[in-house]
Design a protein. Structure first.
Length: 199
């Protein structure tokens, strides 16, 4: 098995990405196992931030690295919070305060104008100086609800409405979510790119 560092300590992401790359003979290891310090996300786009994180993990471990950067864009908020999704409600933000802030900001917005999408970008760097990293991207269209629903998932899932299933993302089973989600789509693309490189 080829070891690849995931520039995240999030156990959910490690499991999700690890499952999909196992078939390619890749073992995904969280950067926390190597005590990699968190990279400072100074990019203004998901692509820039994912590259910063992947390069940081590759630099500290000498191994290939994968990083993802993702967030939610709300049309009525001109695409915000975007790259600032995780810290939307301030430096000590958590899922609950972020969701509360978004619901507050949208309280006077009509249902049909609450359109939004999740975006995810995945970057694979074969080494820290890789000039041509593999980049994949996935998006997931939905709408922001006016009250949270469901207990699965994380982030904005309880207030992200999935029209094709008539429920919130937090009401989907993990299996359904992986099929539909922005990260799932980006991951399928990355797997195809890695497969092509192997052949």
């Amino acid at each position: 098995m080829k070891k690849v560092i995931l520039a995240s300590g999030n156990p959910g992401k490690v499991r999700e990405i690890g499952e999909m790359l196992k078939a390619l003979g890749i073992e995904v290891v969280p950067q926390s196992e190597f005590h990699v310090p968190e990279a400072e996300e100074t990019g203004t786009t998901f692509v820039e931030n994912a590259i910063i994180k992947a390069r940081n993990a590759a630099q500290h471990t000498g191994l290939p690295a994968i990083a993802d950067d993702s967030g939610i864009e709300v049309d009525a908020l001109n695409g915000a919070p975007g790259v600032y999704s995780a810290r939307y409600s301030g430096p000590n933000a958590d899922d609950e305060t972020n969701n509360r802030k978004m619901l507050d900001e949208l309280k006077d917005v009509a249902e049909q104008d609450r359109t939004a999408r999740y975006q995810a970008v995945l970057v694979y760097m074969s080494h820290a100086g890789d000039p041509t990293p593999l980049i994949s991207q996935g998006s997931w269209e939905g709408r922001i609800l006016d009250t949270p629903r469901g207990v699965n998932g994380f982030g904005y899932d309880p207030i992200f409405y999935v029209p094709e299933h008539d429920c919130s993302s937090a009401e989907l089973s993990p299996k359904d979510k992986n099929t539909l989600s922005h990260r799932g789509k980006a991951l399928h693309q990355l797997v195809a790119l890695l497969q092509k490189e192997k052949n």
